[in-house]
Design a binder for this molecule. Sequence first.
Ligand code: NAP
Ligand code: ZN
Ligand code: ZN
Length: 346
Amino acid sequence: MVFAKARAVDGPDKPFRAAEIKRRELDLHDVLIEIKYAGICHSDIHTAHGEWGPVNYPLVPGHEIAGIVIAVGSDVTKYKVGDRVGVGCMVDSCRECENCQKGEEQYCVEGNIPTYAGAGKYGEPTQGGYSTHIVVTEDFVVKIPDSIELDVAAPLLCAGITTYSPLNHWGAGPGKKVAVVGLGGLGHMAVQIAHAMGAEVTVLSQSLKKKEDGLALGADHYYATSDPETFKQLANTFDLIINTVSAKINLNAYLRLLNLDGTLVNVGAPAEPLSLNVGNLINRRRSFAGSLIGGIRETQEMLDFCAQHNIAPKIEVISADQIDEAYKRVLASDVKYRFVIDTSTM
Ligand code: NAP
Ligand code: ZN
Ligand code: ZN
């Protein structure tokens, strides 16, 4: 049994506090990871605040995990002590269903086992990456390429794969016009990845405050959604829109920005339902879709793609005592562009 230092929250309105959590003994195929960095995803905030439904507290969030393997179970073949590895939003799945067999474990028909706020293989509550150690089965661990530092690697495990997967699935590439709504943690990864895939990229942000950053990340165009002219000027333009906004937006206004056969993919997961007028789909045969993170194989592919294209998130490293403050800043869209906890400060 390993005791890990962690930061836990005891209720929707409670601050983070220091905690000690137990990690299970290594099973035959488990690896023990010393976590070095953990990113703060907006999903951590939705969950910690109980916005997506009831949560069992105390809760240790964190599903953007980068660290070093420090012990391996007796039958582990993929990793050895000293390897630089990552863990994302899930730590296991049934592995047998049709979706798991396709490498889409995030859509496991039994439900994947989330890195936190789920039930582990022995029914124990899973606890996430705001901690110093974690035990994960080797099949749900990915290798971090040597050229990517561990602090910038962490956000790739959720923000990176959640945007890479739909861009890949809906064929972002040369000749395709892609818009990214919201330049936050996910959005700033979507811009870099879509640009590297060869698409023409437009950022749709609430204001022009981050325009310089957006263009430097690889966007070709940048518009403010607070300006009604934006929606007139860009009507019927895009092949693909990736909506990363964490709050409710006027979906209909964005659907009308899609060209013939265009698709708006929602990765943002606001607690409130969004309403849409089907006329906006019927007209120009548009689609509205969603996408959940990505499978393990695709996560490894994304990491290798980022290494190859020198793609990295822009991060602000914080200490464990700054988590509450970071949450407030994320909620105020005051993040450039991902907070990452240095777990040595636990
Ligand atoms: P984030 O860093 O807070 O970014 C969200 C961005 O949305 C903000 O930076 C802001 O961009 C824009 N925004 C925020 N409030 C808005 C509002 N009221 N109206 C319009 N725009 C607004 O969050 P994130 O970590 O990227 O996560 C984004 C969402 O994706 C969350 O809901 C999260 O739970 C979800 N998520 C889903 C998956 C999945 O698998 N589908 C995975 C990870 C995260 P501007 O300042 O540029 O306007
Ligand atoms: Zn996430
Ligand atoms: Zn399955």
